[in-house]
Structures are given as C-alpha cells and as structure tokens.
Write a protein that binds this ligand. Structure first.
Ligand code: MF3
Ligand code: CO
Length: 260
C-alpha cells in the first residue's frame, strides 16, 4: 500500500531531509585516508542525535550501526569497523538515514578518495547522472518504469551493470514503504506516479556485471566479479506541483522549464 503525503506531511519530510543533507555534508568532509569507518559511524550518530533525531539504520533488523560504509567492490550495507580504514584511491559509499519527528530520510553518496582511477571517477559521475535522469522522470502521470528505464539505459550505455537484487523504495513514517523502485524498467509500465508520493531513488551501478552476493556478516553486499560499484540516493517527493523535489538535497527542485 502506497501512502501519499499531504502538504503538511511533505513539509515535515522536508525538515528531516534537510537535516540528513547537513549530516551527509559533514560526513563527506570527514572521509579521508586513515579514517576508520567506525569513526565515521560515531560521528554520524553524534550529528544526528545532536539535532534530536534518531539514526534509523541502528538496530534496523539487527543492523549494528548508524551508517553503511561500502568500499570498492562492496555495493551497499558495509558495516563500519575499527579495522576498516579508508585508503587513498578507495571508492567509498556512505549511506545514512534518520528519523525527525517521526519522518524518515534516507540518502547516500559515493566519493573517490585522493588519487582515484579515471574509470572509477567516471563510474561515480555516471551513477549520479543516472539518479538525476531517473528523477526527471518522477513527475505526475509518469510510471515507475520510466524512472528505472532512464537509469538503466544511461548506465548500460557505458557497459556498466545495473544491480537488480536491490532497489529503491517508498519512504515516509517507515524507511521502506511501497512501492519498490527498481533501477531498471520498461517505459509506461508499473505504478502511476502521483503528487504526495515520496520515494528513495538509489541507483547502484557496477563497473562490471550486476550479480551480487551477501557476505557472511549477514549484511555486506559485494559484486560477484569483484568490480567496483557506486551508489547514489536521495529521498524525493513528487510535490504539490506534480514535480520531483529532492528532500535530502534542499534547493534542488525541478521546474517545468528545467525539465526540457
Ligand atoms: N539505506 C538502505 C536502504 O535504502 C537501508 C540500510 S539497511 C540498514 O534500504 F539496515 F542499514 F538500515
Ligand atoms: Co534507501
């Protein structure tokens, strides 16, 4: 069941989204060679709690941290650890979520640390562009398949693999609500998009093949071929105007003019 949010509720979600944006900006500055992923996790939890919000990942289905930090061939759900230290050349994805006044926000970015291989930098940039191409399809009257198709065709035009085993999702009072938002699809197919829908759109793109597995820690997802992966996510709303608004990237709203 898809829960549509009314204008007041969208406003509440703008607040939780804006807070998560601030947290992720601080984290981006903290990703440096020599820093352990556990230190990033502690920092994230402090930032979230300082603003009277709750880290949504912590204890979610038993997950032990406030952040997912996934490095290189790790796709998502990397568990922060004292023994995992960021190194020059790493491709580091940081995924974080919080709850403010009962409303969830979920967002992720991938960053190349220091001297990053050219092909990895390009993967990161293309993954972000995949997200924005998907977002431009998230308008009233379009279908879920239009979002996935836009992401998939752009990623595959570079020969990259679009992860299929994991998807984006509806979001609101719960981190994961209907509908599931795949990063592949057929134009005109799937759920029809409506004002008040709030979605986490999150392309996960691999340099190689799209098949993935979970490690024995029960969380970390890695590419089967060991290829480097990138992840980019925002919580978005199809707002009162029927246009996509990035709740976790305040100030970015699509206008009729900018759609062209
Ligand atoms: N951000 C992830 C998602 O989009 C959730 C992380 S799983 C958790 O679904 F267990 F870490 F919370
Ligand atoms: Co998500």
């Amino acid at each position: 069941m898809i829960y549509l949010k009314n204008p007041q509720q969208l406003d509440d979600m703008r607040k939780s989204g804006a807070l998560l944006y601030e947290v992720l900006c601080r984290l981006k500055e903290a990703v440096k060679p020599g820093v352990s992923t556990a230190a990033l996790d502690v920092y994230a939890e402090q930032l979230i709690r300082k603003h009277k919000a709750i880290p949504s990942f912590l204890h979610y289905e038993g997950y032990p941290a406030s952040l997912c930090v996934s490095i290189n061939e790790q796709v998502v759900h990397g568990i922060p650890s004292e023994s995992v230290v960021i190194r020059d050349g790493d491709v580091v994805s940081i995924d974080c979520g919080l709850i403010l006044d009962g409303w969830q926000a979920d967002s992720a970015f991938t960053i190349g640390v220091g001297q990053v291989a050219h092909e990895h930098r390009k993967l990161i940039d293309v993954t972000e562009e995949c997200f924005f191409r998907g977002v431009r399809q998230a308008v009233n009257g379009n279908h879920l398949g239009d979002i996935g198709h836009a992401i998939q065709t752009y990623a595959e035009s570079f020969g990259y693999g679009v992860i299929r085993a994991l998807t984006g999702h509806g979001i609101g009072r719960n981190m994961h609500e209907d509908p599931s938002v795949p990063n592949f699809g057929v134009p005109g197919h799937g759920v029809k998009l409506r004002p008040g829908m709030t979605l986490a759109i999150e392309p996960m793109i691999a340099l190689g093949d799209y098949h993935v597995s979970q490690l024995e820690d029960g969380w970390t997802v890695v590419t089967d071929d060991g290829s480097v992966c990138s992840h980019y996510e925002h919580t978005i709303a199809i707002n009162e105007n029927g246009l996509p608004e990035l709740l976790t990237y305040p100030g970015y709203a699509l206008t009729e003019e900018s759609r062209a």
